[in-house]
Design a binder for this molecule. Structure first.
Ligand code: PGA
Length: 249
């Protein structure tokens, strides 16, 4: 049985007191115990979040990390630093990292290797842009992102990987992929993994959908057989909305 996961991608939101407030409100919510719930406060607040959530059924993940272990990389944060404050999961390859910070598939492949070698679970994000979908290239683009950024990992590494398909045109736009579009792509992703690795690995990996998931559309999207949860941006910043999405399964 694949794990169901709802992860909140907080992006560059919430200072320390706002983090404290949001997490406190979230801890008051009734959350479906069958769903793994993850929050991702910005770097300065990860340690606080980890301590606050120690006894809560909510995991803390980071939004990014550097590919090197340490050294002269001003402004960057390493996997070991994250682990030292209790963080054992990291989001890699979010479309905003790709678009605004020049992260390409080759760089992401290095980040994935570093994360896995440090036993950090990786939520690997990918997805096509609007133009690519319009031109009917969305399957090819997604396949290439997987092949170049992720498919160097071993069979065993897949236990530490979660996928997040996020069509760029649906992120922060209020425009969601239809449940059918999400299912079609998730099925394709699973088939692609089965071809490159094995059917068992493809069956076991959780594939999240991301892009304008809200309380009013989550259950329809999560109802699709190959959708195992969501990566939630805007709606993860309100405890009520995020809880409603967690409970939408
Ligand atoms: P959104 O963001 O839910 O605000 O569209 C999703 C994401 O960027 O992960």
């Amino acid at each position: 049985m694949r794990k169901r996961i709802v992860a909140g991608n907080w992006k560059m939101n919430c200072d320390l007191s706002e983090t404290d407030y949001l997490l406190s409100r979230l801890m008051e919510q009734k959350l479906n115990p069958e769903v793994e719930v993850i929050v991702t406060p910005p770097f300065p607040n990860l340690y606080t979040a980890f301590n606050l959530l120690k006894n809560a059924p909510i995991d803390v993940a980071a939004q990014n990390m550097h590919q090197e272990a340490n050294g002269a990389y001003t402004g960057e944060v390493s996997a070991t630093m994250l682990k030292s404050v209790g963080v054992e999961t990291v989001i890699l390859g979010h479309s905003e990292r790709r678009a605004y910070f020049g992260e390409d598939n080759a760089l992401l492949a290095q980040k994935v290797s570093t994360a896995l070698s440090q036993e950090m679970r990786t939520i690997f994000c990918f997805g096509e842009e609007l133009q690519e979908r319009k031109e009917g290239r969305h399957f090819d683009v997604v396949k290439e992102q997987l092949q170049e950024g992720l498919f160097h990992i071993s069979n065993d590494d897949w236990k530490q990987v979660v996928l997040a398909y996020e069509p760029v045109w649906a992120i922060g736009t209020g425009e969601t992929a239809s449940p059918e579009q999400a299912q079609e792509m998730h099925q394709f992703i699973r088939e692609t993994i089965a071809e490159a690795y094995s059917q068992d690995i493809a069956n076991e990996v959780s594939i999240l959908y991301g892009g304008s998931v809200k309380p009013n559309n989550a259950s329809e999207i999560f109802g699709k057989p190959d959708v195992d949860g969501g990566l939630i941006g805007g709606a993860s910043l309100k405890a009520d909305d995020f809880a409603a999405i967690v409970n939408a399964f």
